[in-house]
Design a protein around this ligand. Structure first.
Ligand code: ZN
Ligand code: ZN
Length: 137
């Protein structure tokens, strides 16, 4: 069981499943939405996630691939908390920084590496994809 919440506490969540792969995303939308260099995305089965409170939603469309993302955030404090991938409705992305205990997470891959800020040193042992992982398969 993992739990988490936004900065002000209006939105909280818990999920029973073990966290799935952790993906670092360097895409332009993740950088802008988070205000950080990249987002740390924990993939969680949607049916294992319980949310308390009502997040607001902002939908984005990928500038290069047209993928739709619902970016859910707290309307009071603005914390980005979840992302829903329209093409993978069985999953919810949980933003790792909102977890109460983020210990033990292992980034499995980095995506949209060609958008990464130029001060980030790549980890030679971690798979990197120029765009999203699917376009590289
Ligand atoms: Zn909040
Ligand atoms: Zn992204």
């Amino acid at each position: 069981m993992r739990t988490g919440h936004c900065l002000c506490g209006a939105i909280s969540y818990r999920f029973r499943a073990a966290p799935g792969p952790v993906i670092l995303c360097h895409c332009e939308h993740c950088q802008r939405h988070s205000g950080a260099a990249f987002s740390v995305n924990v993939l969680v089965p949607r049916d294992s996630l319980d949310i308390t409170g009502t997040p607001r939603t902002y939908r984005t469309v990928g500038t290069e691939n047209g993928n739709q993302r619902d970016r859910l955030f707290c309307g009071d404090c603005g914390t980005p908390i979840f992302t829903i991938l329209h093409e993978r409705p069985e999953l919810v992305i949980v933003k790792a920084g909102t977890l109460d205990d983020p210990s033990g997470l292992e980034p499995a891959a980095e995506v949209w590496w060609r958008r990464a800020q130029d001060w980030i040193n790549p980890d030679p042992d971690r798979p990197r994809f120029d765009g999203d992982a699917k376009t590289e398969e």
